[in-house]
Design a binder for this molecule. Structure first.
Ligand code: XMP
Length: 513
């Protein structure tokens, strides 16, 4: 049993961020909607509770709420923004709209440091985002900090172990947010920090063993991406040859991808790996198809067909391994049980058919991506596999504008290899979400060795992003651009022009199709 912090999701856009921040202090965090909070709080060894912010007003009809009993469990509680206002309203204080609205960077004056602000400067910058404010404190509370427009910037009732902040410590803009959270976790909740990748690896291996039993078999679709690779490593260590991995070479992979998966899993991990050589099937199916959505559909269908065929080989296998991560789980929970208006309910089926009637094995379902990466290293996966950039399921097809003929895919693969090599040779890939080549389908006139050329333009696409939902374009160094340009034009037959894509998302998307 790990130390545990419960995060009640009142609908804040930052709830996931709170959960991640807590984990960064090596303390396990769990997100629940208010409707399940009391039950979750009574279930096991709880060290503290954080109440998230949210878009509602605590005094309005239908605002998210939960039993007041949550506040008298004797467990330390930190309310953030709406969480603070809900706490005050519930305990007999008063919350009012207007007047002291604050959005953005705000100077906070700390008047009573106590345990929560220990080591924090007397004047510090915080991130505010509120329209309502606490106008009267509940009994037993006193003020710890204020800003010019918000008298109750931070409050506490240390005897009752209740603390609350009007600002957002979880947001990077709050200069000392991490210290404040650390004070809450370490000093107020008494957490030591027992959530480490090494212990976690052992636990996950054990949990897979427990779930599938002594004879159970798992079928796992391996994509070569970080998540399915880590699941592969866990399952192999848990049940050895009873885990059957399937990797489909669809002819739309990056250079070296198949070899990396084969080397890592077959040679190093001794995983039972089946590589399906299906390049012809996919490329034949894509012949003559130019519409982006049509391409995606064809690729998806072909994956499902191949997996169905393969699943027959393992008809005794009752378990399907998947790399579902915690953000997907939180989104589903929020969509079904919480107050957050989430648009998508994410299912990480990775192109696998859902009617296979197998139980899911999802060892990563409580983890964030950075935790998965740390876990991968502990499990012994190569650093270049664990740290690699995301690669879309439909592969190079969504970067090959127009028809995916075998020749055009070959040209793109070669250009993409050069783009990656030049970024990595200069360490310019660090902190870059994705960096790759696009075959644009645009042809232009050039001259090489006194000869006229009429070939395709290749675009360099490099973006910075936290989650792929929004992105900024990256400006590589001149040196890097120069090297890519001259190598691609000299070495890749079929490309005579290189351009840089300087479109953010929105309004663009990261992939071209
Ligand atoms: P877009 O192009 O929508 O991409 O801005 C956002 C992020 O998602 C990745 N992506 C995909 N990943 N299957 C995937 O697994 C897909 O069909 C797919 N399409 C886009 C893309 O690489 C980027 O990181």
């Amino acid at each position: 049993m790990h130390e545990r912090i419960l995060i009640v999701d009142f609908g804040s856009q930052y709830t996931q961020l709170i959960a991640r921040r807590v984990r960064e202090h090596q303390v396990f965090s769990e997100v629940v909607p208010p409707s399940q909070a009391l039950e979750a709080a009574k279930n096991g060894d709880l060290h503290g509770i954080i109440l998230s912010g949210g878009p509602a007003s605590a005094y309005s009809e239908g605002a998210p709420t939960m039993p007041a009993e949550m506040l008298s469990l004797g467990v330390p509680i930190l309310g953030i923004c709406y969480g603070m206002q809900w706490m005050c309203e519930t305990l007999g204080g008063e919350v009012l709209p207007g007047e002291s609205r604050e959005f953005g960077f705000t100077e906070l004056e700390v008047t009573e440091a106590g345990e929560l602000f220990a080591g924090v400067a007397a004047s510090t910058v915080v991130w505010m985002s509120h329209g309502d404010h606490v106008s009267r404190l509940p009994e037993g509370f006193s003020r710890l900090a204020h800003s010019a427009h918000c008298p109750e910037g931070a409050i506490a009732n240390p005897e009752a172990k209740l603390y609350a902040l009007q600002f957002h410590p979880e947001v990077g803009h709050t200069a000392e947010g991490q210290r404040i959270l650390q004070n809450f976790l370490r000093h107020i909740c008494g957490c030591q920090g027992d959530w480490t990748p090494r212990d976690l690896a052992e636990e996950l291996i054990q949990s897979v063993q427990d779930q599938v039993g002594p004879d159970g078999e798992i079928v796992l679709g391996l994509s070569g991406g970080v998540d399915s690779s880590v699941v592969g490593a866990i399952c192999q260590k848990a049940i050895g040859a009873r885990c059957h991995a399937i990797f489909v070479d669809n002819g739309l992979l990056r250079a070296g991808e198949r070899e990396m998966v084969e080397t890592a899993f077959r040679d190093h991990f001794e995983l039972d790996l089946t590589v399906i050589d299906a390049a012809d099937r996919f490329l034949n199916r894509l012949a003559g198809v130019t519409d982006p959505e049509e391409k995606r559909k064809h690729i998806g269908y072909e994956f499902v067909e191949i997996f169905r065929e393969q699943a027959k080989r393992f008809s005794g296998a009752k378990f399907l391994g998947q790399g579902t991560l915690y953000p997907d789980v939180i989104e589903s929970v929020a969509a079904h049980g919480g107050p957050t208006a989430v648009i998508k309910s994410h299912h990480n089926v990775g192109g696998l058919p859902e009617d296979l009637e197998m139980d899911l094995v999802e060892p990563l379902r409580l983890l964030f991506k950075d935790e998965v990466r740390a876990l991968g290293l502990v499990l012994g996966l190569p650093a270049e596999m664990v740290g690699r950039q995301p690669f879309p399921g439909p592969g190079l097809a969504v970067r090959c504008v127009g028809e995916c003929t075998p020749q055009r895919v070959r040209i793109l693969r070669e250009a993409d290899r050069i783009v990656r090599e030049e970024f990595e040779a200069r360490d310019e890939h660090h902190g870059v979400w994705q960096y790759f080549a696009v075959l644009t389908g645009a042809r232009s006139v050039g001259v090489m060795g006194d000869q006229r050329t009429y070939e395709e333009a290749c675009a360099i696409r490099a973006v910075q992003s936290n989650d792929g939902m929004t992105a900024d374009w990256v400006y590589p160094s001149r040196d890097c651009l120069q090297a890519i340009s001259s190598r691609v034009i000299n070495q890749v037959r079929g490309i005579n022009r290189v351009v840089l894509d300087i479109t953010s998302k929105p309004p663009g998307t990261i992939e071209w199709e």
